[in-house]
Design a protein around this ligand. Structure first.
Ligand SMILES: CC/C=C/C/C=C\C/C=C\C/C=C\C=C\C(=O)SCCNC(=O)CCNC(=O)[C@H](O)C(C)(C)COP(=O)(O)OP(=O)(O)OC[C@H]1O[C@@H](n2cnc3c(N)ncnc32)[C@H](O)[C@@H]1OP(=O)(O)O
Ligand SMILES: Cc1cc2nc3c(=O)[nH]c(=O)nc-3n(C[C@H](O)[C@H](O)[C@H](O)COP(=O)(O)OP(=O)(O)OC[C@H]3O[C@@H](n4cnc5c(N)ncnc54)[C@H](O)[C@@H]3O)c2cc1C
Length: 616
């Protein structure tokens, strides 16, 4: 499987290169690379073994290396002359970066670093492509000078001979084993023993070790985390894509499959006529659109921040970090759970490999773990919200994506309930700020009672997580509201199109309202009549969006090859394709399977003989 994936990935990368040269000659614009990686990834159901090379190895060389180091390594990596990965996670550590055990000791006598993974738990474990594909990696290690720890640093390390692909001396490298998906990616392990690299193999754009061993600290140590921020932005984009693919498949199947009359004596309707089926499928279509728009915003913020960081302006890093964390978590959680809901909406056929929903789930689900495990990133955002709440209490301005927190903090009570979009959006934001305030009270009380900040974060973890989750909802819903209601290009939309978008906004806001009704009722008084009115509106907007469901998913414009699903093909010939796929199963090559003579027949005969004996 791995070699097939590599073959497909290389073919697709070549195609991508020719497209880039045609449409973006010599450009360094990240989108073609991303689109290419998305395209490559989508065309390789078992995952793209070059993903981490494209997304992290080349980017780390460009953003963390000096211009000279880019010339030496980065250009060759961008041209796919060398293939690398990003080797940070270890067998024993993934989240707690300051606990990473791999070490780099500077030898000023030879102006080299001596790299070691001192224990089994120090082995790098998980990096994509590391097992068999890559001949280089970015090796993340704790830097030591005269045995004094200086923090994390990144090193360009060649792990295999460029001609023979043999592992180099001092390198122990291989595949970590079968996973629940992405089995074409050959995630690998890497042990290094007294492996020497020249001083100039340490990426030194932001921090340096001089020939005499003097250490020049980075002005902002967190800039070394920047490669992860980029992938978190990519996850937001990629996982909204996975959800859109699954929503396309389930929608198309739901207008082909007929089952269970709604009126006695009437013909069986398309299953999408059932209100409960609409509630399973249509909100997922809208969620995919909502996150695509949020991910595009995040991408723009990444580009602006990356250019600023390149100019040594680190001012926007904290806001990008906070947004990248919360959107990576929100998109990966909602896409993973949404894809499973869509699979279940397709009944038994949803469970067939030919439907491809299982594989889309297996591609989307690990995003809840890699690039920062979601519950850890929720806590990270919770900490940032605590810091920002202190700013609010001190009367200071907040970063733009958190400005609503300041506004809501000035409200002594929630205004008269109207049920309008603005009211629903403000309710989610108001509940978020109420949760932040409660979390802060708990956290602050703990710090005041002499708990360390780390311990206070841990023991306030449930409330911090809730506040972070609601912050994500507030940002995403607010972004969608602005795009639909206040977009500068709104006048270019036809009235019909604007109406569809407004129905999608109505559905998203009401769906989020009901999902967090408990959180909202904690801070806002809403009557049963007001809630029942929203229930009616939910049923009504599902009915209004039903006729547009297929058109919206067709607009995602996934080629049948990308969907790779007998349930979701554009022509709707589901049963023919299911049957065609079934007949291709190896077990159908013979009428009588080999196991009949070898196992089944003797088994049944033995039982029959025993039955006869017991009668005698
Ligand atoms: C187009 C195709 C699409 C792609 C699809 C997507 C993916 C590709 C396919 C497969 C996956 C591929 C690769 C996967 C790669 C990996 O998984 S790489 C390894 C990822 N590992 C992690 O993410 C580790 C998670 N842990 C952390 O990030 C950190 O430990 C932490 C949890 C954030 C804690 O940070 P720290 O240990 O430093 O302690 P804190 O006290 O919390 O933070 C100190 C201050 O630093 C600030 N901070 C932290 N992180 C960042 C950051 N990234 N950027 C900026 N600032 C940061 C933090 O806010 C604190 O600030 P302060 O309070 O002001 O001091
Ligand atoms: C498909 C895939 C691809 C990957 N690709 C790469 C790659 O290319 N390069 C790379 O370096 N890594 C890669 N990784 C590794 C990934 O980054 C780590 O798995 C991730 O960072 C989580 O670390 P961990 O697995 O060690 O879990 P741990 O850090 O051990 O966490 C385990 C669990 O403990 C809990 N936990 C941990 N810390 C805290 C905390 N502070 N507070 C509360 N609970 C906590 C959480 O529930 C967490 O799920 C990949 C992983 C996967 C699944």
């Amino acid at each position: 499987m791995a070699s097939m994936s590599v073959k497909h990935a290389i073919a697709a990368a070549k195609k991508l290169r020719s497209l880039q040269e045609r449409f973006n000659p010599g450009g360094s614009d990240i989108y073609p690379a991303l689109m290419g990686d998305e395209a490559i990834t989508a065309l390789i159901p078992s995952g793209n073994p070059l993903s981490v090379h494209i997304l992290m190895f080349t980017r780390a060389l460009r953003e963390q290396g000096t211009d000279e180091q880019y010339e030496k390594f980065g250009r060759r990596a961008d041209n796919n002359e060398i293939i690398g990965t990003f080797a940070q996670t270890e067998l024993g550590h993934g989240t707690y970066l300051r606990g990473l055990e791999a070490r780099a000791d500077y030898d000023r006598g030879t102006e080299e670093f001596v790299l070691n993974t001192p224990k089994l738990s120090s082995y790098k474990w998980w990096p994509g492509g590391l097992g068999q594909t890559c001949n280089y990696c970015i090796f993340v290690a704790q830097l030591y000078i005269d045995n004094e720890a200086k923090g994390m640093a990144m090193f360009v390390v060649q792990i295999r001979d460029e001609e023979t692909h043999m592992p180099l001396p001092g390198v122990h490298v291989g595949e970590i084993g079968k996973k629940m998906g992405l089995n074409g990616v050959n995630n690998g392990f890497l042990g290094l023993k007294d492996y020497r690299v020249p001083r100039l193999n340490m990426l030194m754009r932001h921090q340096q070790v001089l020939p005499d061993g003097r250490f020049v600290k980075s002005p902002v140590s967190q800039v070394s985390y920047f490669p992860m921020v980029f992938v978190r932005c990519m996850v937001a984009r990629q996982n909204s894509n996975y959800l859109a693919q699954a929503a396309t498949i389930a929608t198309r199947y739901s207008v082909i499959r007929r089952q269970s009359p709604i009126e006695e004596g009437q013909p069986e309707p398309k299953i999408l006529e059932h209100l409960t089926q609409q509630m399973k499928v249509i909100p997922e279509i809208v969620t995919a659109v909502v996150y695509r728009l949020a991910a595009a915003n995040l991408q723009n913020m990444y580009n602006e921040t990356a250019e600023a960081v390149y100019r040594k302006d680190f001012s926007r890093l904290p806001e990008l970090h906070a947004l990248a964390c919360i959107l990576k978590v929100a998109t990966s959680y909602d896409s993973t759970y949404g894809i499973e809901r869509l699979r279940q909406a397709c009944g038994g056929h949803g469970y067939l490999t030919a439907g491809n929903l299982g594989n889309i789930f297996a591609m989307a689900a690990p995003a809840c773990t890699y690039e920062g495990e979601n519950s850890v990133l929720y806590l990270q955002v919770g900490k940032i919200l605590m810091k920002n709440w202190s700013q609010v209490l001190a009367g200071r301005e907040l970063m733009p994506s958190m400005a609503y927190i300041s506004e809501c903090s000035k409200m002594t009570s929630f205004p008269q309930w109207t049920g309008s979009w603005e009211c629903l959006l403000k309710a989610i934001q108001y509940a978020c700020v109420g949760s932040i305030r409660l979390a802060f009270q708990s956290y602050n009380a703990r710090v005041q009672s002499a708990q360390s900040q780390t311990a206070a974060v841990n023991y306030s973890g449930l409330e911090l997580t809730k506040a972070a989750e609601l912050h994500g909802r507030s940002y995403v819903a607010g972004n969608f509201y602005q795009q639909i209601v206040n977009s500068p290009n709104k006048h270019q939309r036809s009235p019909q199109f604007q109406k569809v978008l407004e129905n999608m906004l109505e559905l998203h806001l009401i769906q989020i309202f009901f999902r967090h009704l408990g959180d909202i009722l904690r801070f806002i008084r809403i009557t049963e009549d007001e809630i029942s009115a929203l229930q009616r509106r939910l049923e009504e907007v599902l009915k209004e969006l039903r006729p547009d469901a297929v058109a919206i998913t067709d607009a995602f414009d996934f080629n049948d090859k990308i969907l790779s699903s007998a349930l979701g093909c554009y022509d709707g010939n589901v049963y023919e394709r299911l049957f065609e796929a079934a007949l291709k199963h190896p077990l159908n090559r013979k009428s009588v399977p080999d196991f009949f003579e070898a196992h089944l027949k003797p088994f049944m005969k033995e039982n029959a003989d025993n039955a006869k004996k017991s009668k005698l």
